[in-house]
Design a protein around this ligand. Structure first.
Ligand code: SAM
Ligand code: TMP
Ligand code: ZN
Length: 417
């Protein structure tokens, strides 16, 4: 690596990438762990932390002000299953096929490593193509599902030591990939040293995560929760890459999960950056995405959207309407706890994930029920927490709308459809 990245441990108010001061611009208050669905006996023993976001005065990286210990979030009962959405299953199958057909075509005995392979949604296709691979997945609950589909999984956090160990045992990786995982990792210095240890000389490190540009544009403040530590832009990723001897050589906007960017990093000088990199950097500059005033204006909109949503739910309650919610997303922990949405406004949340069902949502304790209960209950309104899967869910639940049910959305604006 060309320069040491960051410090050895977290320092309050200092950037986890470059160690400069981080200035807070949004405080979403005390929040529970976003994926900690409870049983009634857990009430009173929930872990809370302060959810606030700031911007680094050095590298511009937007990040949480407080860090939740990783073992509290990712463990043997981690409930998020990547394969729960057909759109995402197709997205990851296409991603794998693209690696196989382009990046890895012509490489002898290629090796693909994934961080956060979850239930194997992407690596399954790599495995089926007979290509050497390994997924790092610290959450045993989902890693086990990946292993059952034939994917090779290591139940470990990807970091410098585990990456260097893999390099010693199995050689360099041609593709290192992470979807919705890199932004979850505050110890970025260690991860980048791990990438440096593992990546082949002409390999690529590809990762995709929610894009700050989309979050600001859509006021999707519910993308902010414990597991989302970093909010990347092309500018901040480029700065981060440089500190690690890497270069940002590709960017691609993705429509999934409410707007993401897929970044491609390579060893500095090994590849020509695509024109899309300069274009996105210029667009970010024109939009003032790194400007503190843009982020302050975003914070003001967040408070306004909260007030509008709370007022709408209050009005519906006063009118005697029934309201349920749809999708017990990690994102919804932020919305419900920040807005104070409890069972007096929303009677339950429908979710297709067995590990979330018959549990209570974190902090506000909304009961989570299977979709069959939603279909039978026929509420007047459904608050769509899984707005990023709107098309898929509305298609699945077309009976609800046909019979007069209405969806409540709050991204990009609070509205009823
Ligand atoms: N890649 C999948 C997707 O896009 O749907 C899973 C995303 S899930 C939100 C994040 C995953 O990253 C979890 O399964 C978690 O256990 C895993 N994870 C967290 N920290 C990690 C680390 N340091 N190394 C590897 N995986 C990690
Ligand atoms: P995500 O936004 O983090 O991907 O979470 C989506 C949540 O919504 C997850 O708990 C699964 C749930 N879900 C349904 O209940 N029905 C669906 O059709 C889809 C796509 C997701
Ligand atoms: Zn910084």
């Amino acid at each position: 690596m060309s320069q040491p990245v960051s410090m050895s441990g977290p320092r309050p108010g200092r950037c986890r990438v470059c160690d400069a001061d981080v200035v807070e611009f949004l405080d979403l208050g005390a929040q529970p762990l976003s994926d900690a669905f409870l049983t009634p006996k857990d009430i009173g023993h929930e872990f809370f932390y302060r959810l606030a976001v700031g911007r680094c005065t050095g590298c511009t990286m937007v990040q949480l002000m407080e860090e939740v210990p990783r073992e509290r979030m990712f463990h043997a009962e981690y409930p998020y299953h990547s394969s729960g959405s057909s759109v995402m299953r197709e997205h990851f199958a296409a991603t794998a096929r693209r690696f196989l057909d382009t990046e890895l075509a012509g490489t002898e005995d290629p090796f693909v490593v994934e961080l956060g392979c979850n239930d194997g949604v992407m690596l399954k296709t790599v495995h089926e193509a007979g290509v050497r691979h390994l997924g790092f997945e610290p959450s045993g609950s989902v890693g086990r599902l990946a292993a059952e589909s034939g994917v090779r999984v290591r139940e470990a956090f990807f970091e410098e030591s585990s990456a260097a160990d893999l390099r010693r045992r199995e050689g360099a990786a041609d593709v290192i990939y992470a979807a919705n995982t890199l932004c979850h990792i505050p110890y970025m210095d260690s991860v980048l040293r791990g990438v440096d240890a593992l990546l082949a000389a002409d390999g690529v490190f590809v990762f995709e995560d929610p894009y700050l540009g989309d979050i600001v544009e859509r006021t999707s403040f519910d993308q902010i929760y414990d597991e989302h530590f970093f909010f990347f832009t092309a500018r901040s990723v480029r700065a981060m890459a440089r500190r690690a001897g890497l270069e940002l050589v590709g960017v691609e906007r993705l429509p999934v999960h409410g707007g993401e960017v897929r970044y491609t990093l390579a060893r500095a000088g090994s590849r020509q950056p695509s024109p899309a990199v300069a274009e996105l950097l210029a667009e970010e500059e024109a939009r003032g995405l790194a400007d503190p005033r843009t982020l302050d204006a975003f914070a003001e909109r967040v408070a306004r959207h909260r007030d509008e949503l709370v007022a709408l739910l209050r009005r519906l309650r006063a009118e005697g309407r029934t309201v349920a919610a749809y999708g017990a997303t990690a994102k919804s922990a932020t919305v419900t706890n920040y807005c104070g949405i409890g069972t007096e406004s929303v009677s339950f949340v429908s979710d297709s994930t067995p590990a979330k069902q018959d549990r209570l949502s974190p902090g506000m304790h909304l009961p989570v029920v299977p979709p069959e209960v939603f279909a039978k209950a026929r509420p007047d309104y459904a608050l769509l927490f899984a707005w990023n899967h709107a098309e898929e869910i509305m298609r699945k639940e077309e009976d609800f709308a046909r019979e007069g049910g209405r969806w409540i959305l709050y991204v990009p604006e609070v509205r009823v459809v």
